[in-house]
Design a protein around this ligand. Structure first.
Ligand code: FE2
Ligand code: FE2
Length: 166
């Protein structure tokens, strides 16, 4: 059912070349995430909680996959990229709980807007560094195999592997 009383809502993010990381399996996931985020940002009140919920469920898979790829390729479990995933997911899950249990739709709209600002920064820094690393070590995400193990660092990576991080 359409919400004719509400003004049209605009999204503050869209998929584009600036977000491509030249790693198909990561780009595909990011495109799906943006689709769900845009649906959430433009949802009417009736659909907002369900759209936000779908985005949270996708994010559990999205972050979980990247965390696994990092574990498979010499990142420490406490690396800063994984820690950022944990914090963002916790905030999203708390938002979903308040949206569902307390009908706090304003909070969900504010969080969806903030995610549209946060995601490009995350993709272009931490995810970009991870994509570069995975390409360098020739990581196969389907099997977890590292085909170029000589490119793995000798010691564990505690930062995000990018120049913005140790
Ligand atoms: Fe990502
Ligand atoms: Fe990430």
């Amino acid at each position: 059912m359409t919400d004719t009383a509400s003004p049209p809502r605009n999204a503050n993010i869209k998929w584009g070349a600036a977000l491509e990381l030249e790693l198909a399996f990561m780009d595909d996931t990011h495109q799906e995430f943006i689709d769900l985020l845009v649906k959430t940002q433009t949802a009417n009140d009736e659909d907002l909680v369900d759209c936000f919920d779908a985005m949270v469920q996708h994010t559990i898979e999205h972050f979980g996959a990247e965390d696994r790829w990092m574990r498979d390729t010499q990142f420490s479990s406490g690396n800063c990229h994984t820690l950022q995933h944990n914090v963002v997911l916790q905030v999203m899950q708390e938002g979903l709980r308040r949206g569902r249990d307390h009908s706090d739709l304003d909070l969900l709209r504010e969080m969806a807007k903030e995610l549209g600002i946060w995601f490009p920064q995350h993709a272009q820094s931490m995810d970009a560094a991870l994509a570069l690393h995975l390409r360098r070590v020739a990581y196969d995400q389907a099997t977890g195999e590292v085909r170029n193990p000589d490119e793995l660092p000798k010691s564990q990576i505690h930062g995000c592997g990018g120049s913005s991080c140790s």
